[in-house]
Design a protein around this ligand. Sequence first.
Ligand code: F6P
Length: 548
Amino acid sequence: MSNDRICINEQPVWARLHQHQRATRHLHMKELFAQDPQRFDRYSLQLDGLMLDYSKNRVTDRTLELLQELAQAADLSGWMRMMRAGERINISEKRAVLHSALRLPAQASLELDGEDIVPAVHAVLARMASFAQRVRAGEWLGFSGQPVRQVVNIGIGGSDLGPLMVAEALKPYADPALTFHYVSNVDGQHLAQVLQQCDAASTLFIVASKSFATPETLLNAQAARRWFLQYAAEADIARHFVAVSSNAPAVQDFGIDTDNMFDFWDWVGGRYSVWSAIGLPVMLQIGPERFAEFLAGGARMDEHFFHTPFERNMPVLLGLIGVWYNTFYGAHTHAIMPYDHGLRRLPAHIQQMDMESNGKRVGRYGERLDFDTGPVIWGEEGVNSQHAFFQLLHQGTRLVPCDFIIAMNTHYPLGNQHRVLVANCFAQTEALMRGKTEAEVLQELGDLAGDELDVLLPQKLFPGNQPSNTIALDKVTPYNLGMLLAMYEHKVFVQGVIWGVNSFDQWGVEYGKQLASRLLGELESGQVAAHDASTAGLMRHYLEACHD
Ligand code: F6P
């Protein structure tokens, strides 16, 4: 691995980008479009069923050139090569980062520590497929001889958000005989409400936890087990509980037979794990063939990412444009708006993927960074969000770069509703970009004059110049979704490399976990230890107010 420690903000191109931002910030995208009738053709890319339009950004050819220089200064190509080759680029945990290996075809090979890992990946996929086929065919029988009808995935974070999002998006491909539930919250109402809809004799629980040490998941899994044992015997657990984990001893300790465990490896990060056995509920829902198409879509994006020059590389361009706003414009957030009901959980999944990866204030070698890193990722499904927070995007004071995601074809044709959806999506990106001028507003206001005009005119103006990317899928198919997801994964990687952070650890989530376990002990014993006045006050309030 390269030992060159690059201080990115000390590279000359960093200062040149700041200077370039100062020189170009007055430019309005409307002018850029007027100057260059080819802007859409030049600033859009197509890869199979995925089109990226990045023309509605505050960038010129020079901006993109400088950003690519920044990527070179950060040795992006070198880090891409190291990731792909399985070097231990997750330095703090001394792990390789090989989620892209999960998407390799069976005939490929990739050596890690002298061993080809592709056969192991495909061996697990084959076990998952054989299990999924048995469940889907009604051959996997529960304790009373009934086939599985409900599947409950118990997991949290990457062991929940990824499969849940993909499952929602790919519902049109679902086996209607099976109902899926995803339980993540330690709040008992989540599991309790799901169990109310389940019949123990026909329910399959998937306990999904890479570490098999995550308290929320284990607590929910134990509660599910207790519920199940009200109806069945200990020996029946094997037919109703399976595990997905990289920790076989902990799975065994929990009481799940390791024959019913689907494993994955420490080189798969939780938030990048939907391609692994963590995708089991998705495979059960859509079948092994469709799941293979999902993997193939991811592999197609990997190939594009690893082999395409930066100037035509979708994840690289998305990453660099994001850095442009975040680092050089000081934009703090980035919004993701899927104009697709099935993709409504995408913002939450990307939020974890991005914020857990790049929400770091210290560089990969432990150095304190004195610039902002990962943005706050947020978003909601399109159209609904137009009636919620778009006011701020159009007329607020902040720069909010957005991604709009839309399918060109729907699985659910219903009158002209899909066309209305598309029109709304495109209209929003146009309105955000062009805004509305004083002359246009005056024309709209007609005869209005005097004080009334003075009050209304500024309120009806839209400054525009709000940037957005539009990602158009031909249709939300497993393949296209695979491309979309892998594109975001690589975008996050690109940004992590530029900012010099380790995108693959997550030390920041540990502290709260430790404190929670200490506080739980105190709440159980009723002995409140020394805390700040607020925490101690809240603890005492709970002990007094709780009647359970
Ligand atoms: O939130 C921290 C985290 O470790 C995530 O990275 C991970 O996706 C999640 O918890 C669940 O972890 P596990 O799969 O080990 O239960």
